[in-house]
Design a protein around this ligand. Structure first.
Ligand code: ZN
Length: 232
């Protein structure tokens, strides 16, 4: 990738974007760079190859977080590559990359930032609410509140709670499942962000209100063993 970047760098500035796109689509580059790159990203995305933006669909595309047209020198930058589904990559994000008046990006970069610094998930409705302008723009560009995602998060929340309720019996050997099986079931769910958000929100001062419909899981979610297994 360093060698390919140097081939873009020697071009005149105005020709770099088209040259970068052509290189990215070249057959030998696909075989020798893109395919291995996608394989590494899939390993990092967990067992089910979920999209790194929505966490729902299978990630099949290598997305350029900062688009090639805007910064062709990042076409082969490892930190600019994310595994994404077609719904997020082609249908929503495309070449969009909002910036503020100083040119700083207004799209959350999950390789460098914690999305929860900019987004709050409402566990009751499945919708993301912005905490910052960057969060607002990210929700808008990626359509993070599209109905299929919102409904999926609500269903995932309910499923995670059902599995967690089996925990007290599992740890004393009286349940139908062993603890490791429960953890595997939870980790196998799409929308990994829902479980991570649940684990964070149970530590907030208002946890009793947030979990008012399932107060029995609060102590389970605060259990050090559960947190070590699910936060990792
Ligand atoms: Zn997606």
């Amino acid at each position: 990738m360093v060698e390919l970047t140097s081939r873009i760098l020697v071009m005149e500035a105005e020709g770099r974007a088209s040259h970068a796109k052509a290189l990215w689509r070249q057959g030998n580059v696909r075989r020798e760079v893109k395919d291995p790159l996608r394989a590494v990203l899939k390993r990092m995305a967990g067992d089910r190859d979920r999209c790194m933006y929505c966490g729902d669909s299978e990630g099949t595309a290598v997305d350029h977080h900062e688009p090639m047209a805007r910064n062709p020198l990042r076409t082969f930058d490892w930190l600019n590559h994310l595994l994404a589904c077609e719904g997020c990559n082609s249908d929503r994000k495309g070449g969009r990359y909002p910036v503020d008046s100083d040119g700083r990006p207004l799209l959350i970069d999950p390789t460098a930032e914690d999305p929860f610094d900019h987004l709050m998930l409402s566990l009751a409705t499945g919708e993301y609410r912005p905490l910052t302008e960057k969060g607002r723009q990210t929700i808008e560009v990626l359509a993070l509140n599209r109905s299929v995602l919102v409904r999926g998060r609500v269903a995932c929340h309910a499923t995670v709670i059902l599995w967690l309720r089996q925990w007290p019996e599992a740890v004393v050997g009286r349940g139908f499942y062993r603890p490791a099986e429960l953890v595997e079931q939870i980790r196998w769910q799409p929308f990994a962000d829902v479980c991570q958000s649940i684990l964070r929100q149970v530590e907030l001062p208002g946890a009793a209100v947030i979990f008012s419909r399932e107060p029995d899981v609060i102590d389970i979610l605060r259990d050090a063993g559960v947190r070590r297994l699910l936060l990792g």
